[in-house]
Design a protein around this ligand. Structure first.
Ligand code: SF4
Ligand code: FES
Length: 246
């Protein structure tokens, strides 16, 4: 590994002190083997600037809190090795989400709103019976559900989405992936017409213009194109069925 000095240009702004205008601040740091953007930011904060704000929890691509724009691409800081980047590295907060400060954004409020909009829980008329034997599910269906459940709510797909960047009510790939998860689940009794009410709109599946950045940038490699295609197909079917009845 060649010895490099990395030049970081980092977005700085604290909404709590609006009198200090947003700006880019430059830092230099010697690269070390296996350095990630997470390691670099921690060193910058410990050695050069304790006021730097950014989010990390797990350091292992599990919690989804460290997503940011790294040279313009939404990526996880803890999963991105500096060796894969040029020596000039620009770090910006994810767009779409509310800025907390510097690189830290509030993805939690957005994801809670999306869960409420999509009513992201099993809808069933079955009464809960604690003594009932657990219902079996075939492996193929369980695996399909698990695929959608792998979302870590990092927000990379939302930040990279053209529609989400211009309309704040758009459910985005994460929201449509969430509804796909419940469409696959045989325990959810919602009919396609009921789901159409939630996602058969411009804020839902028909707002997607198919640029597919979400699919390319999802750090969990969830096949978002496939999930979106499933929702689109089912919603087209529900719309046609509704028209035929009229
Ligand atoms: Fe992140 Fe992928 Fe979930 Fe979008 S679908 S929030 S990119 S893990
Ligand atoms: Fe948890 Fe990066 S710190 S995903």
């Amino acid at each position: 590994m060649e010895n490099r000095t990395l030049n970081f240009s980092i977005f700085r702004y604290n909404p709590a002190t609006p009198e200090i205008k947003p700006r880019m601040q430059d830092y230099q740091l010697d690269e070390t083997p296996n350095m990630t953007v997470f390691i670099a930011l921690n060193r910058l904060r410990e050695e050069q600037d304790p006021s730097l704000m950014f989010d990390f929890v797990c350091r292992a691509a599990i919690c989804g809190s460290c997503a940011m724009l790294i040279n313009g691409r939404p990526q996880l800081g803890c999963k991105t090795l500096t060796v894969e980047l040029p020596e000039n590295i620009i770090l910006m907060p994810l767009p779409v989400f509310k800025l907390v400060g510097d690189l830290s954004v509030d993805t939690g409020t957005w994801f809670r709103g999306m869960c409420n909009t999509t009513a992201a829980w099993i809808h069933t008329s079955d009464k809960f019976n604690p003594k009932a034997v657990e219902e079996r599910m075939d492996n193929a269906t369980a695996l399909e559900i698990y695929e959608a459940e792998r979302c870590i709510e990092c927000g990379c797909c939302i930040a990279s989405c053209a529609t989400a960047n211009i309309r704040e009510d758009f459910l985005g790939a994460a929201g449509l992936n969430r509804i796909a998860r419940f469409m696959i689940d045989p325990r959810d009794n919602r009919t396609p017409a009921q789901i159409f009410e939630v996602v058969g709109t411009d804020e839902g599946i028909f707002g997607c213009i198919g640029l597919m950045a979400c699919d390319v940038l999802c750090p969990m490699e969830i096949p978002l194109q496939t999930q979106l295609a499933l929702v689109r197909r089912k919603m087209m079917g529900a719309a046609l069925a509704c028209k035929c009845k009229k």
